[in-house]
Ligand binder design. Structure first.
Ligand SMILES: [Zn+2]
Length: 309
């Protein structure tokens, strides 16, 4: 009788040990998604909700081209169950960590490559794929579909129906955003739909809503390049020749060069700030992707309509 009880206790103990070893603990471990940029982090969070943990590497108001990560964050990346990154060479400081994780067998998903990217047409990155796809919300609708598929495939314990429902309701918000942007931009006279920005960041927005990109202060697809004297001279020419009266800079980049340009052009040029490639912090007008896009669309519409008066 005593022997029987002892073996029953032993069996129970074994059972409990097994449960804690590969039961709930393992489930927690298999629910971690690491996302590189904060824009994608917000989008992935909207799809996933409470179904999985989402860790975002890039801080608010950072530069996606140059941000770097700590050794601890690199470890988190290499032990994630899915890594979601923008790619198309956007995160230049982090891509080697993503590649290392991929070599270790971690599933990685390059969102930019999955949304039919366009190529830069000018500057030192001409001919390369443009990573700034999020400036067109209809591309983000495609991104949401592909991200949802990836999460369901690589995190098998998440509830696929819940995820698909969340993705569909977020896609509706993106479609409403697209309609709002269309409406705001239609208020700008067609001849005034001309953009000069910090670097080449708005090609997707320009293609979607009929803007012409007249130039960029840094004539490159990356913020890591710097303009030459002749680059600046030709931009001053473009500003004067086209009667440009508003230049858009990024909130996270210094606007010193924009001010020099505005002064050199010899006309009254307004400088407005956009959140073009990073969310702002909590409480800022760009605390989510949707808020960031609404804010930018209003800034562009207000800036170019004021110029038309
Ligand atoms: Zn950029």
């Amino acid at each position: 009788m005593r022997a029987k009880l002892a073996s029953a206790v032993a069996a129970l103990t074994l059972c409990v040990t097994l449960l804690s070893g590969c039961g709930p603990m393992a489930n927690n471990d298999s629910s971690r998604i690491v996302v590189t940029t904060n824009i994608l982090g917000d989008i992935v969070g909207a799809i996933v909700g409470d179904e999985a943990d989402v860790a975002v590497l890039m801080k608010p108001n950072a530069d996606p081209h140059s941000f770097a990560i700590s050794a601890q964050e690199a470890h988190a990346l290499q032990t994630a169950n899915l890594v979601i990154f923008n790619g198309l060479r956007l995160e230049e400081g982090v891509l080697h960590h993503v590649e290392a994780a991929s070599r270790e067998g971690v599933p990685t998903f390059e969102v930019g490559a999955a949304v039919d990217p366009i190529e830069y047409t000018s500057g030192d990155t001409a001919g390369q794929a443009d990573p700034h796809f999020w400036t067109d919300p209809t591309r983000v609708v495609r991104a949401v579909e592909r991200i949802t598929d990836q999460v369901i495939e690589h995190l098998p314990h998440v509830d696929a129906n819940t995820l698909r429902q969340r993705a569909a309701s977020y896609a509706k918000e993106l479609t409403a955003l697209d309609a709002l942007m269309e409406q705001l931009f239609q208020a700008i006279p067609e001849t005034k739909r001309k953009l000069i920005t910090n670097h080449h960041v708005f090609a997707y927005l320009a293609q979607r809503y009929g803007f012409t990109v007249m130039g960029a202060i840094v004539p490159s697809g990356t913020t890591l390049a710097s303009p030459s004297a002749s680059d600046l001279a030709s931009l001053v020419g473009a500003i004067s020749d086209n009667g440009i009266s508003t230049i858009f800079v990024d909130t996270s980049q210094p606007d010193r060069l924009a001010r020099v340009l505005a002064d050199s052009a010899g006309i009254d040029v307004d400088i407005r700030s956009l959140y073009s490639e990073s969310l702002g912090g909590p409480g800022s007008p760009a605390d989510t992707y949707l808020n960031m896009m609404r804010f930018n669309a209003s800034q562009i519409s207000d800036g170019l309509r004021a110029a038309a008066r």
